[in-house]
Ligand binder design. Structure first.
Ligand code: NAD
Length: 501
């Protein structure tokens, strides 16, 4: 049943985060309109541990409506000139940047990530992805194939149809745009399943995108995984599933795709190694560890450099410099411009992280080093703030050393034998990202060749870049995101046409 909504009720009148929360309460975005759902769920503001807003709790009925809207819009969208599609998508990216200040606050309130160090940047990358793919409309090319002189053989790239995109809460806007920007430019329409933990900024971006696109091209449903996500993956009109989230949910989603024999892309977890060699520049390494561990995202990153292997000759200096830098980082209100580190997303995730820290504390020979100072402001709830935490001298077979923690917790190991450290780095079911820190070109070439990960960097730790192919090996997933390759390989199908004259 529809609830009475506070004012404003029109998204075009929304100028603050509060306005957006009022407009988006209990809504999905389907066929160009904010529509109600049969049930609702509470979304928390983690820094205050209070209900931020009420979101739609969608199930089969709402998902079916969204897929129907996307299906109806798809032929017209696919029939639009590809460069024109791209220009519309790029224009929407610029519109998102124009509203980035408000959207960043909305994102900060629902995720607990700091505006200054995370949310503003996330909006910029999300918009950049739309602009990047917006320029690639004319790259949807086929090939002519030399065959028989009397026969003309060619290939074309066609859109798949309606794409179902399922995203997590940690970087919801970037991960949404990584999926929908290439899908849209390739001529597909999309139904996004927003995270039930942080749906509002995603919904707001869809509303803004829709101003530049035909109605029904972008749709968003909000709800939990087992009802809303599962209804989307099982829907007979979904031609492709693209999923980012946990390994366990990824297995279920992959199974749903297998039942329907539709392509599935999976971006799952990670436990990414960072190997620091004796000849590395210590200053760069310390900055790289802080950036690589994504401490400003409370470590809630799939590519977090959560296993740091430091050569024994640098270990003490590295640890001391890292602790000094982490101690100086400001943990606090995500909306405060001085804050560098915000909160964990929810109590469940915090309990998971705490469990791994306890494992380390109870492991003989291991130790736990907490850095920084927790905030004491009265208006904040203390529950979900957490200090950057270093796990030292952990055995390699500890669950805390092997499993994804998804919090501001990383293990630091010392090493002396190069072969052993390469083996340790590769001794993981995951293979998402890795970094190597060295001044030696020979070491860099050798390590990058041997490390079992999809995204390997030397002397830096960049996040996802629009034009660099990104995706994991092993249990970290299937398929690539970002880059032209992702659009062609994952959001089009190739048709071979052979014409006898
Ligand atoms: P999650 O798997 O719990 O949820 C992710 C999304 O999947 C949510 O929208 C959720 O509602 C949905 N979902 C859950 N069960 C489902 C089901 N049975 N069917 C369909 N949809 C379902 O993950 P999370 O806690 O939101 O995010 C954290 C995880 O995401 C971590 O494991 C992290 O490593 C991973 N992640 C990976 C990448 C990457 O690029 N590889 C990026 C960010 C996050």
């Amino acid at each position: 049943m529809d609830k009475v909504l506070p004012t404003p009720t029109r998204p075009e009148d929304a100028t603050t985060a509060e306005d957006w929360l009022a407009v988006l309460a209990d809504r999905n975005f389907i066929g160009g309109a904010l529509t109600g759902a049969a049930a609702s769920l509470d979304v928390m503001e983690p820094a205050l541990m209070r209900v931020l807003g009420s979101a739609a709790a969608s199930g089969e009925a709402e998902v079916s409506a969204a897929v129907a809207a996307a299906k109806a819009a798809q032929p017209g969208w696919a029939g639009t000139n590809a460069r024109k599609r791209g220009k519309m998508v790029a224009e929407a990216g610029r519109a998102i940047i124009a509203e980035a200040a408000v959207l960043a606050k909305l994102l900060a309130r629902e995720t607990g990530k700091a505006v200054a160090t995370e949310c503003r940047g996330e909006l910029a990358v999300a918009a950049d992805l739309l602009e990047f793919y917006g320029g690639l409309g004319s790259e949807l090319k086929g090939e002519t194939v030399p065959f028989d002189p009397s026969v003309f053989a060619t290939t074309t790239r066609e859109p798949l149809g309606v794409v179902g995109a399922i995203v997590p809460w940690n970087v919801p806007l970037v991960l949404t745009m990584l999926k929908i920007a290439p899908a849209l430019v390739a001529g597909n329409t999309v139904v996004i399943k927003a995270s039930e933990e942080a749906p509002f900024a995603t919904l707001a971006c869809a509303v803004i995108l829709d101003r530049y696109l035909p109605a029904g091209v972008v749709n968003v449903v909000v709800g939990d995984g087992p009802s809303c996500g599962a209804a989307l993956t099982a829907h007979p009109d979904i031609a492709k599933i693209t999923f980012t989230g946990s390994e366990n949910a990824g297995r279920i989603v992959y199974g749903a795709g297998a039942q329907r024999i539709v392509p599935v892309s999976l971006e799952l977890g990670g436990k990414s190694p960072m190997i620091v060699c004796a000849d590395a520049d210590l200053g760069k390494v310390v900055a790289g560890a802080i950036n690589g561990m994504r401490f400003t995202r409370q470590g809630q990153s799939c590519t977090a450099a959560s296993r740091i292997y430091v050569h024994e000759s640098l270990y003490d200096a590295f640890l001391s410099a890292l602790k000094t830098k982490l101690d100086a980082m400001v943990i606090g209100d995500p909306l405060d411009e001085a804050t560098e580190i915000g909160t964990i997303i929810n109590p469940r995730q915090k309990a998971t992280i705490d469990r791994y820290v306890r494992i380390a504390e109870q492991t003989p020979g291991a130790s736990v080093l907490r850095c920084g100072t927790l905030p004491t402001e009265d208006h904040l709830a203390p529950d979900l703030f957490m200090q950057p935490t270093l796990l030292l001298d952990l055995p390699e077979d500890s669950p805390a050393a092997r499993e994804e923690i998804f919090g501001p917790v990383c293990m630091i190991q010392r090493w002396s034998d190069y072969e052993a450290v390469i083996a340790a780095a590769n001794d993981s079911p995951y293979g998402l990202a890795a970094t190597v820190w060295t001044d030696s070109l020979a070491t860099a070439l050798d390590a990058t060749r041997r490390i079992n990960a999809g995204y390997v960097q030397v002397n830096q730790n960049l996040t996802i870049q629009p034009n660099l192919s990104y995706g994991g090996f092993g249990n970290s997933g299937l398929g690539k995101e970002a880059s032209l390759e992702a659009m062609l390989e994952h959001f089009t199908r190739k048709k071979t046409i052979v014409m006898a004259m």
